[in-house]
Design a binder for this molecule. Structure first.
Ligand SMILES: *Cc1c(COP(=O)(O)O)cnc(C)c1O
Length: 448
């Protein structure tokens, strides 16, 4: 893309946006979205709503017998790919100690690091898109109807059918894992275009499953472009478009319905007097965006969603703040998009997500890589839970919301200050289970 953003424009921005200078210097910031609309009974979108989330949920339920068959580790949960919601009081105490102040409310962790099959939040959207495609192909060929037991999809004749089709995706790693593993299980030909930051073990694992891995020396945006090009050239080829896919988005959104059920089971109330705050690591935006869409649809203005990004990849932050969405990349303001948080190493945000949720994302904060490792070690010591660096980005949110001047202002403006004792904080732990032991040991050591 031609770079239309000149140094003069950047200079003008630093005057217009008080945080721009800090962002460019790659310092940590806590930005609050003044466009956020906490106004009751507003519909987020004319095009998408609860019915779409329910359709996606029903599809995943139809597939449960197949998932159970193909991935025995999902038997325990009857083929439903879901993670637990865990109270992490020991970690909360540690976070309070570091912050030097208490954090009103209770902190929980959403354990997507434990999601079966691909060990990250991508097991929601990525797998959903592959299943939806498989269903549509099987139905078009007259081999499947909604009333069938989907376990039949594990049989040879379906593998033969799907082997005529290819699935292509561009990824920093985890989306590739999720798409690659599910595609290979169904029998599709799968190609994953990996950006330079993708970890070696992720490429090795996919190759072992028969997935074609194309390695790029450039960043995520280029890997996506290469994948899109490949899929356009081939017949019977489906491109999973991380920047634009509604299927991915709705697969992620189902998490909100499942979370609501978990909250009910734990008797956690979310209403006007009991606000909920959710902290979501953000790359291109599809994962946190889908979850936010689902949560705002279900809980409206009683839920407040904050996104977390590395200081070196504040793509969604720049997109929302300038309202330019995908017309701005972090490189345009001289930021390198080089971070150890490989799942978040995205320079240009999704327009679909930014535009759709510009009144629903409460804010975005950034975190330094070093701090991710420290948090990794802290959580491991406190709760015996091991996450990948990207997945820790949300953990600084609760304390900052309480102490950062802009965080405090957000609470004041929305009449939340006095309700914080009743607050539920959910940090979304987006990945970690697939990380090989020796790699995790290195991460842990780096948090010293
Ligand atoms: C992909 C990913 C995210 C963010 O999801 P996006 O859809 O890219 O915004 C967060 N954490 C981990 C571990 C991821 O792999």
């Amino acid at each position: 893309m031609e770079n239309k953003i000149t140094p003069e424009i950047v200079a003008e921005w630093t005057t217009r946006y008080p945080l721009m200078e800090q962002i460019i210097r790659m310092q940590e910031v806590f930005w609050v979205n003044t466009e956020v609309c906490n106004c009751s009974n507003r519909t987020i979108s004319d095009q998408l709503g609860i019915a779409d989330i329910e359709t996606a949920e029903a599809r995943l339920t139809r597939f449960a017998p197949y998932i159970m068959q193909a991935f025995p580790e999902t038997r325990q949960n009857h083929g439903i790919i879901e993670s637990s919601l865990l109270r992490i009081d020991k970690m909360q105490a540690k976070l309070e100690k570091i912050a030097g102040h208490s954090i009103p409310g209770k902190i929980y962790m959403k354990c997507d690091n434990h999601l079966p099959i691909s060990g990250s939040i991508k097991a929601r959207g990525g797998i959903y898109e592959v299943l939806k495609l498989a269903e549509s192909i099987a139905m078009k060929n007259g081999m499947l109807s909604e009333r069938d037991n989907y376990a039949i999809l594990a049989s040879e004749r379906f593998k033969e059918l799907f082997s005529q089709y290819s699935i292509v995706v561009g990824s920093t790693g985890n989306l590739g894992l999720s798409i690659g593993i599910m595609s290979a299980a169904l029998g599709f030909k799968a190609t994953v275009h990996m950006s330079a930051d993708a970890k070696q073990w992720k490429k090795d694992l996919l190759r072992a499953k028969g997935v074609i891995v194309v390695e790029h020396t450039s960043d995520y945006g280029e890997a996506v472009k290469a994948g899109r090009r490949e899929a356009q050239l081939a017949a019977k080829s489906h491109f999973v478009d991380d920047e634009k896919s509604l299927d991915l988005f709705l697969g992620y959104a189902v998490a909100a319905k499942r979370l609501k059920q978990q909250l009910d089971e734990l008797s956690i109330v979310v209403d006007e007097e009991h606000p909920m705050f959710v902290y979501l690591p953000c790359g291109v935006g599809g994962g946190p965006g889908g979850v936010t869409f689902g949560l705002r649809t279900l809980f409206q203005d009683n839920v407040h969603c904050f996104f977390a990004e590395p200081t070196h990849s504040p793509a969604m932050l720049l997109g929302l703040m300038t309202q330019l969405h995908d017309e701005i990349a972090v490189q345009d303001v001289g930021i390198d998009n080089i971070t150890d948080a490989d799942g978040l190493a995205v320079g240009r945000p999704s327009r679909l997500v930014g535009k759709l949720l510009e009144k629903d994302i409460s804010g975005v904060f950034t975190v330094q890589d070093e701090k991710l490792y420290k948090l990794l070690r802290l959580l491991a010591d406190a709760e015996d839970l091991y996450l990948e660096p990207s997945a820790l980005a949300g953990f600084t949110g609760p304390a900052q919301l309480h102490s950062d001047p802009l965080g405090k202002k957000y609470l004041e403006i929305n009449n939340l200050t006095d309700k914080m004792q009743n607050a539920t904080h959910i940090v979304w732990a987006t990945g970690g289970n697939m990380v090989p032991k020796e790699v995790m040991q290195k991460f842990y050591a780096q948090g010293e």
